[in-house]
Design a protein around this ligand. Structure first.
Ligand code: HEC
Length: 178
């Protein structure tokens, strides 16, 4: 009975996002199915920390504008980062890619976002991943879960070039302070 009362009381405690318990679960915490990350639900309601157009990592001249990227961050981690300048455990980014579309509707010049062509994610979890972060691809949203990529495929570039804790903070106005 006592345990029941305790459980009930705990359930009534308000959720405190600024709690310094790094593992405090929130509705925005990453969910896993064994080693796979469950595609984060409702990420399009998360803060958009930055966007880019036509980033090329290889220096290869490309023929067109490339794709638009949007980077979303889970709200509890965003709030914590704003306060502390550190990415807490459970930080999740979703990177969406959109085709650049010309001459749609009244647009005579420039580009708007066309069809979505990619959904990727990254998660910080130092208890699961040796390098602290893992990276995932959700097949443009079609895959409900995704397994982490090997470090050599994704993390090595993030580690070498991401300005803060393997994240490309230098490209995100909301995180670098505009
Ligand atoms: C050669 C360098 C490089 C490699 C390899 C790379 N990325 Fe990135 N990634 C970037 C850059 C640059 C950004 C900055 C934002 C953008 O792309 O618009 C980024 C941003 C991201 C973000 C947003 C959060 C963050 O860390 O800044 C995610 C998620 C992401 N990449 C996933 C992946 C996945 C998944 C892979 C492997 C399949 C991968 N990346 C491989 C360079 C790389």
């Amino acid at each position: 009975m006592r345990a029941l009362v305790l459980a009930f009381t705990l359930a009534l405690l308000p959720f405190e996002p600024s709690s310094n318990q790094p593992h405090a679960a929130s509705p925005f915490s990453p969910r896993f199915a064994a080693d796979a990350l469950v595609q984060p639900a409702g990420y399009d309601m998360w803060p958009l920390v930055g966007s880019s157009l036509g980033l090329s990592y290889t220096g290869r001249a490309d023929n067109g504008p490339g794709t638009f990227h949007r980077v979303y961050m889970n709200p509890t981690a965003y709030e914590a980062f704003k306060k502390t300048g550190q990415f807490p455990e459970g930080t999740t980014f979703v990177l969406e890619s959109y085709e650049a579309q010309a001459k749609k509707s009244i647009a005579q010049g420039g580009y708007t976002e066309g069809a979505r062509v990619g959904v990727d994610a990254s998660v910080k979890d130092t208890s699961r991943y040796r390098d602290g972060w893992a990276y995932f691809n959700f097949e443009n949203g079609a895959a409900p879960t995704a397994n982490p990529f090997p470090d050599t495929r994704c993390h090595s570039c993030h580690l070498a070039h991401g300005e803060k804790d393997s994240v490309f903070v230098q490209f995100y106005p909301n995180l670098r302070g505009r």
